[in-house]
Design a protein around this ligand. Structure first.
Ligand code: ADP
Ligand code: MG
Length: 699
């Protein structure tokens, strides 16, 4: 249960005075909350810059364009002549000169009340010079001189969302801040002292009350404290989950090799050294009394699937069941087809279970899963719905793990009696991120590509030359080649995205021959998707127009060209993934990035990296540099939580300390029973890492 201390922070933001339904909705959008914005979301909404109002040079010396504060006596009002668009003007002076305040569409009575003639007032806003006269258009603040101290000297500036006013957001955050309690100290006192950390409640107050620009920087003490809290919560939750997983006595898998030898014998290729080593490491892990927790990293096309299959066969040899979970239906089906064909050589039946499996069939498969007759099960999230009960699940493999959340992974592994866990990732994650996201999970890398692969030639071509490309495609198809055509991402709307894919399909079908061109997108029924994939695989169609549904994992080895339209709209990692659809066979392949100029500096850098490198690890590192890890990890569903305060670049030193401390805590107080343990539970809830606590209680 969440400590009562935190209740005020987890109340809906609408429980704060002045936040009605409309504002609550805006705040939900602003904070990216799933259901509703909570008080804590406002408290955690950090400013990104400041407005400094301390500059008071006197009217005659106002610097053009600067934010300034002026104290002066109001001399006269010059209302706008009726029916004119001219502004309402108010004049005031100090000992150096006269300032014109300019208001458009202003309410005269409000101006008369707030700027009474003969009174001294303080105004703050942007100074501008017109015809040699200093002016201020719509001052941000107007206060009587007696209340000068209510004027904020340094104001935080927050990331905004359309329709929200800065003043209202600031006010909302202020009232949210008033709910912050005094937290128990959860950091080791020696670390607090050494780092000179303020307390968390002090840090939150300081976060929203910057005194100058340096308070906004990542190295400001308040920011470092919050970053440390965030890292500690993350690392602790990982350590707890991990120690539970480890401790749950794994059941050693005794592989006989009977089945895997048969499958190996049927392979049309030799395993690479990396694949061989990965298989060895996995079998070794699974033969232990503790649970396997291993990540298999390998660039697109490096051949992770076969490694996964050999691991699953080892489990089947020992009489157990294994599942492989993929993030999309297309990918699950493709794995199913590929794996079923190989497993047939060993007489092992493979089942497929996805969200689209028909009710009757689903019943049958579920029954087979429950009886243990289904040895290898491949599917999507459907694999761990509540009604799926496994007879003896011994190994769970998660493909393209970055697509899944930690929750989902936990749920899947909660299914069996402590199944071993292997996650496979084609998006190479830099080492620092692996540590941040998974703690010290074991990692196998497939660094080399299977033999005989030719490098993919990548070119960038402006969209205006699309006609040339279509001409070149015509020649290529005539030579019997196969090509993908990836349609642009449309951020705003899936419907528009679909339309553009359909349109592109029409024009290409017309240009290249309707029977040669196929179309696949996310809205098609699975039967239609299958048919489209199958037609392309078999060569009936030679050009497949697709949305990003083919991004991950799709494997048609003899496709050798990929055209990506509006490449500038895609992220680097995504482009690399897409490119990985070709270069999977022995044919020389090419990737054509069609871009719409002019490119932003970032867009240019992205496409250059891609043109120059085929190495997923390098690309991931470059991506990290270009975007910062926040964005790389940004999406919540990525399973690698993005950081709110922490930055791997700026705070690498304290991340290392947090990791070490988390490991120490879990070794000393695995149930978080001590006084500090209780404080740490509060920390986990505060940063919404409490899934780990559930784990702790369940154990
Ligand atoms: P990914 O790592 O991207 O999941 P896949 O497992 O889909 O890669 O493998 C890509 C392609 O390479 C498949 O067609 C697969 O059959 C083939 N492949 C895998 N291992 C080898 C190998 N050692 N030699 C040649 N081809 C291989
Ligand atoms: Mg794959």
């Amino acid at each position: 249960m969440r400590p009562a201390l935190l209740d005020p922070l987890f109340a809906p933001a609408s429980s704060l005075a002045g936040i009605g339904p409309k504002l609550a909705k805006l705040l939900m959008k602003l904070t990216g909350s799933e259901d509703e914005a909570r008080v804590i979301d406002l408290v955690f909404h950090a400013p990104t810059s400041v407005i400094d109002r301390r500059l008071k040079p006197g009217i005659a010396h106002l610097p053009e364009g600067a934010i300034v504060t002026v104290e002066g006596r109001v001399d006269r009002h010059q209302p706008a002549p009726s029916r004119s668009n001219a502004p309402y003007r108010v004049y005031l002076h100090d000992e150096t000169g006269e300032l014109t305040l300019t208001f458009f569409h202003a309410k005269a009575d409000w101006l008369e009340k707030s700027l009474p003639v003969g009174e001294t007032v303080v105004v703050s806003g942007r100074a501008e010079w017109f015809n040699g006269r200093p002016t201020m258009v719509h001052p941000d603040y107007i206060v009587p001189v007696e209340k000068a101290d209510t004027l904020p000297t340094v104001e935080p500036v927050y990331p905004m969302t359309a329709g929200l006013s800065a003043k209202i957001l600031r006010r909302s955050i202020e009232s949210a801040l008033a709910r912050v309690p005094v937290f128990p100290e959860w950091i080791d006192p020696a670390i607090v002292a050494k780092q000179g950390f303020p307390t968390t409640d002090e840090a939150l107050t300081a976060l929203h009350n910057p005194r100058d620009e340096t308070d906004i920087e990542p190295q400001a003490p308040a920011r470092r404290r919050l970053a440390y809290d965030e890292f500690l919560a993350g690392q602790l939750s990982l350590s707890l989950v991990r120690s539970r997983m480890r401790k749950a006595r794994g059941r050693p898998v005794r592989a006989t090799g009977v089945l895997s030898d048969k499958v190996r014998a049927g392979l049309p290729f030799q395993l690479t050294k990396g694949q061989q080593e990965a298989v060895t490491a996995i079998l070794e892990d699974m033969s232990q009394e503790t649970r396997m927790l291993r990540m298999l990293q390998g660039d697109v096309g490096s051949g992770k699937t076969i490694v996964g299959l050999l691991a699953m066969l080892a489990v089947v040899e020992d009489g157990g069941q294994a599942v492989l979970m993929a993030p999309t239906e297309i990918l699950a089906r493709q794995h199913y087809e590929g794996i079923a064909a190989l497993a047939e050589n060993a007489g092992v039946t493979v089942s497929l279970l996805t969200g689209k499996t028909k009710a009757r069939e689903r019943k049958e498969i579920e029954a087979k899963i429950a009886s243990g007759e289904a040895k290898i099960v491949i599917g999507t999230h459907a694999l761990f719905q509540d009604n799926v009960a496994y007879h003896d699940l011994r190994l769970a493999i998660v493909d393209e793990q970055h697509r899944f959340g930690v929750h989902q992974r936990l749920r899947l592994t909660a299914k069996g009696m402590a199944p071993h866990l292997l996650v496979m990732s084609a998006t190479p994650i830099p080492r620092t991120l692996v540590l941040a996201a998974f703690g010290d999970m074991d990692v196998s890398n497939l660094t080399e590509k299977p033999a005989g692969r030719k490098p993919i030639q990548t070119v960038t071509i402006p969209l205006e030359r699309i006609g040339d490309i279509v001409g070149r495609l015509r020649d290529a198809l005539a030579q019997g080649k196969k090509s993908y055509w990836i349609c642009p991402l449309v951020e705003e709307s899936e419907a528009v995205e679909l339309m553009s894919a359909e349109e592109r399909y029409e024009t290409l079908a017309k240009a290249l021959g309707p029977d040669k061109v196929g179309l696949i997108h996310g809205r098609m029924s699975s039967t239609d998707k299958d048919a489209a994939m199958e037609a392309f695989r078999s060569g009936e169609t030679r050009l497949l127009v697709a949305t990003t549904v083919v991004e991950v994992g799709v494997d048609v080895p003899d496709a050798s060209i990929i055209v990506i339209e509006h490449a500038e709209r895609f992220g680097l990692a995504q482009l690399h993934q897409l490119r990985g659809r070709v270069g999977r066979g022995d044919e020389a392949s090419s990737c054509i990035l069609l871009y719409k100029g002019p490119l932003s500096e970032m867009g240019h850098a992205r496409l250059s990296v891609l043109r120059e490198s085929n190495d997923g690890f390098r690309i991931a590192e470059e991506d990290l540099k270009l975007r910062g890890e926040g964005e790389l990890l940004g999406t919540r569903q990525s399973g690698i939580p993005g950081f709110r305060f922490g930055s791997l670049e700026a705070h690498g030193d304290i991340l290392a300390i947090a990791r070490k401390d988390a490991g120490y805590i879990v070794s000393k107080d695995p149930g978080l029973q001590s006084e500090r343990g209780a404080a740490l539970r509060t920390l986990l809830y505060l940063f919404r890492r409490d899934e780990a606590i559930r784990y702790l209680n369940a154990g």
